[in-house]
Write a protein that binds this ligand. Sequence first.
Ligand SMILES: Cc1cc2nc3c(=O)[nH]c(=O)nc-3n(C[C@H](O)[C@H](O)[C@H](O)COP(=O)(O)OP(=O)(O)OC[C@H]3O[C@@H](n4cnc5c(N)ncnc54)[C@H](O)[C@@H]3O)c2cc1C
Length: 258
Amino acid sequence: MKAPPFAYAKPRSLAEALELLQHPGAKVLAGGQSLIPSLNMRLSSPELLVDITGLKGLANIEARDGGVRIGALCTHTSVERSPEVREHLPLLAEAVAHIAHPAIRNRGTLGGSLALADPNAELPACALALDAVLIVAGRKGERRVPASAFFKALFETDLKPDEILVGAEFPKAAKSVFLELARRQGDYAIVGLAATSRGAEKRVAFFGVAATPILLKAKSLEEALKALPTPNADLYNTSATKRHLAGVLLERAWNKLS
Ligand SMILES: Cc1cc2nc3c(=O)[nH]c(=O)nc-3n(C[C@H](O)[C@H](O)[C@H](O)COP(=O)(O)OP(=O)(O)OC[C@H]3O[C@@H](n4cnc5c(N)ncnc54)[C@H](O)[C@@H]3O)c2cc1C
């Protein structure tokens, strides 16, 4: 199938992009790795695509204030290869290696993945586990949204249709673990988790289990196992199988963090 007809604009500034998004039926286009397939399958029919890949300053990675700020247009590959990410946020570098294959990682962006909020995706769970703050730009200025308030429902976030996610700040964690079970390397997860520890508390964000990533905070493994989510079944796995797998991953992660 071919995409339905749409208009296309490539703004040169954030202000121009935000103005274009006032157009009813306008949608942001970043790496296009999810949006273009969804157009081709006619799952989406925006009237205007606002291509933000020409905007300056949204593809920087900077270590600052005990963490790292990553621009929304950073590709998965640039995140994976960044020395700042590898040093301060090894969780993200490990997670990105599980996303699809190199051609997709070369074009897909951090902002696109967070804005899409696929429940089986790696980066939204990392944002929750790391307690990231997402930076959202609108015509009236910027607002900061904690990851815990950003992922609202299936493919639904706190972003309004005329807003642009411009970046995210990820605080450093003392220790972190990323674990994923997929049928093949690069497939979307059957179930996975991103976990961090700061002091006595551990934050474990599961993905592939519900409509959004699910965050569990606990001080002991017993407490964590009691709070284990009951996953949704998928086409291939029952809820019971996925719960068992989530429990196995949780125990492995706990042992690595302890
Ligand atoms: C075969 C295949 C396998 C894949 N496997 C995985 C996988 O295993 N794990 C995984 O996580 N992903 C996977 N992906 C998706 C990939 O990671 C995408 O790159 C990512 O989900 C979306 O990023 P993008 O930059 O391509 O966004 P786009 O496709 O351009 O946009 C996606 C959505 O986000 C919105 N959007 C994008 N950027 C912004 C922004 N800055 N502000 C506001 N809204 C924005 C768009 O309007 C659109 O609704 C896969 C994709 C394909 C085609």
